[in-house]
Design a protein around this ligand. Structure first.
Ligand code: MV4
Length: 667
């Protein structure tokens, strides 16, 4: 077994790997960029080495810097985690050449699975089922048209060099084929520098079901059952579970054996995942094989009781697989929810900021949190904006789903916008509860999953008022105690008025709307004049800053996080933000909202499609920003003229930076 391993990654997966290594008594070496100097994974490791600036291309993707850290630390193995260099054959090879074990599959296996079309050929020869279609070298248009007829419609044209859904086109009838083929080839050439395509029968309601496989250096390969990852958005997994709902033992056995055959076909060792499309009739087809540990591996660990990272370390150190296929069994059901700093109501745009308040559910045998961040950390634009993976387990799917709903409701994040409400909506959806999953689930139920944000409810307003008034009372008492005249009426916060009932007016900004409420002081509490009528309320602040409230006889616990005048009210799984208005503040100057187009998030200018002085139509793409692998196109808000370009390609811009001056055309 290794004495010391270097984890060539960051965030939750780095922390997760360090946790297992430390349990095994293995020394741990972290590497970090300047943005991660104070990150959790650095603090957890026994030692840590700086790689370079924040940009991944200057740090976590720099193989030579990582190898140098391994040499300096005396690490005898490197774990790549996922993403970054985890499926980079050259890096795996360089590790071997440096005499450092690469905790992953052989270089040849990484290479073989690197090309989607080459992988399909290998799988076809291994007897692994492929979607009926055509994926040969002959790319002549006439041959492709002929093969399209054989495949039948609807069919998919896929870029051979593509993946993750890029370069896919659905063709529903023969007369559309020629134009679709030409467009698909152009797109593939532009995106991948390779215009080869393959054809497949189009599955209209498939599920994404993947099989965890594991091989050792003695030729043994086994599978650890399936995961259903159909809940995806733009080919990014959102919610995963194991086992797959509705799976029967026979199909599980067939898919497991196909996955084992796929791994054996390439002499696979280590942890791998074979992804299948599962059709409604129970047919399944090879999609691709991932030669790394997957993000969603914890759900497999929860239902099998196996630590897959421990297996990775043992197998990479030359040990045999710790058990045989017959020793493995499924126990219970697990879900994983990926909690992200992103705004579902702004097309899941990443949300950058500081985690001012971060409170996760208590961990136990039913709840596991894999995270790389702590309260106070920043979510930056340099990396994937994952906050944590919430993993739950129970004895069956309904029980596990209840755990998931409860844990999501308890998860509190303030300082960035998150997808927690969206995840809660998926978990609450009846179709999800029924296990009626497929890759179009989010699109199909989009309205229910992404409802327009409504105004604050009376309950939210009452909790906000209570929090403000109780804190004011605490502050007044503290000031009175600290003053020379603690009983001075000036220290009263009772809202007392001469010849008038004690009351205070509270005004909040709720999104774009101002809401004003009167709080009448009453013995032991308040009478609030809310939009829905008057409500007697009382409450107390706990030592942890929570609010125990009684709203007209309904008692509940809430958390109200204050940041300046910002209030984030969290209660019963719902989150709402309000901004308390200072009654004495001067009305801010209405900023001249000229024709300035500003950056919606920090990022890098990757394309400028216009020149200064150009006349453009409404909607014309002007500039493209990139942050965390996502692109955001800045388009012309109306017809008009580009008055000035503030940035050129390659520039790094902060959120809110003016990107260009734009003269809107008078309509
Ligand atoms: C398909 C398909 C339907 N029919 N192939 C998307 C990315 C890549 N992993 C393969 N993908 C698909 N291939 C045929 N013949 C539907 C998808 C697909 C999908 C697959 C898995 C998970 C999410 C998906 C989302 C959209 C489309």
């Amino acid at each position: 077994m290794f004495d010391k391993i270097l984890i060539a990654n960051r965030g939750e997966i780095a922390c997760r790997i360090i946790r297992t290594a430390q349990c095994l008594g293995i020394g741990t070496v972290a590497v970090y960029s300047d943005a991660d100097a104070a990150a959790r994974h650095v603090a957890m490791a026994d030692e840590a080495y700086r790689l370079g600036p924040a940009a991944a291309g200057e740090s976590y993707l720099r193989a030579e810097l990582i190898l140098d850290a391994a040499r300096r630390s005396g690490a005898d193995a490197i774990h790549p985690g996922y993403g970054f260099l985890s499926e980079n054959a050259a890096f795996a090879e360089a590790c071997g050449a440096a005499g450092i074990s690469f905790i992953g599959p052989p270089v040849a296996a990484i290479t073989a699975m690197g090309s989607k079309s080459a992988a399909k050929k290998i799988m076809e020869q291994a007897g692994v089922p492929l979607v009926p279609g055509y994926h040969e070298e002959d790319q002549d248009d006439a041959r492709l048209a002929q093969e399209a007829e054989k495949t039948g419609y609807p069919l998919l044209i896929k870029a051979s060099a593509g993946g993750g859904g890029k370069g896919m086109r659905v063709v529903r009838a023969a007369e559309e084929f020629a134009a679709a083929l030409a467009a698909a080839k152009r797109e593939a050439a532009n995106a991948f520098g390779d215009d080869r395509v393959l054809l497949e029968r189009y599955l209209t309601k498939p599920r994404h079901v993947e099989i965890q496989v594991f091989g050792d250096s003695r030729g043994s390969v086994l599978h650890l059952f399936e995961r259903d990852c159909s809940i995806q958005r733009r080919h990014q997994k959102v919610l995963e579970e194991a086992p797959a709902p509705g799976m029967n033992p026979e199909l599980r056995e067939k898919m497991g054996q196909a996955a084992v055959a796929a791994a054996q076909a390439i002499g696979y060792t280590g942890a791998g995942t074979v992804e299948f499309l599962l059709d409604e009739d129970g047919s399944f087809y090879f999609m691709e094989m991932n030669t790394r540990l997957q993000v969603e591996h914890p759900v497999t660990e929860m239902i099998t009781g196996i630590d897959l990272v421990e297996w990775q370390l043992r197998v990479a150190a030359g040990e045999a697989l710790p058990c045989r296929q017959a020793d493995l069994a499924i126990s219970g059901h697990a879900f994983e929810a990926r909690i992200y700093a992103e705004d579902p109501n702004r097309d899941f745009l990443p949300s950058i900021g500081t985690l001012r308040h971060l409170r996760s559910p208590a961990e136990n045998v039913h709840v596991r949190i894999d995270t790389g961040v702590r309260q106070g950390d920043a979510v930056s634009m340099h990396y994937d904006p994952m906050i944590a993976k919430l993993i739950v387990w129970d004895t069956d799917r309904p029980a596990a789903l209840r755990r998931l709903r409860q844990a999501l409701a308890e998860y509190q994040v303030v300082g960035v916008t998150t997808n927690l409400s969206f995840l809660g909506a998926v978990a609450a959806h009846e179709a999800f509860a029924q296990g009626d999953l497929d890759t179009s689930f989010i699109e199909r139920y989009r309205d229910a999953l992404l409802p327009e944000a409504g105004p604050a409810s009376d309950q939210v307003l009452a909790l906000a008022c209570l929090d403000v008034l109780l804190r004011r009372g605490e502050e007044a008492r503290a000031q009175a105690c600290a003053s020379a005249d603690p009983y001075s009426p000036w220290h009263s916060a009772s809202g007392w008025r001469l010849n008038c009932d004690n009351h205070q007016l509270l005004t909040f900004m709720d999104a774009e709307d101002l809401v004003s409420l009167t709080a009448h002081f009453r013995t032991g509490g308040y009478l609030l004049d809310l939009p829905g009528g008057s409500l007697p309320v009382r409450g107390e602040l706990t030592s942890t800053g929570d609010l125990i409230a009684d709203l007209g006889g309904k008692r509940l616990r809430a958390t109200v996080v204050r940041h300046g005048m910002d209030l984030t009210i969290m209660a019963q799984g719902a989150v709402h933000r309000l901004v308390l208005q200072d009654p004495y503040a001067h009305a801010g100057e209405q900023e001249e909202v000229g024709g300035t187009l500003t950056a919606p998030m920090p990022g890098k200018v990757v394309a400028v499609m216009v020149e200064s002085g150009a006349q453009v139509k409404k909607g014309t793409p002007l500039m493209i920003l990139e942050a965390m692998k996502m692109e955001h196109t800045i388009s012309a808000p109306t017809d008009g003229r580009i008055a000035e370009l503030m940035f050129s390609v390659g520039a790094l811009v902060a959120e809110g930076s003016q990107l260009l001056a734009f003269d809107a055309e008078e309509v």
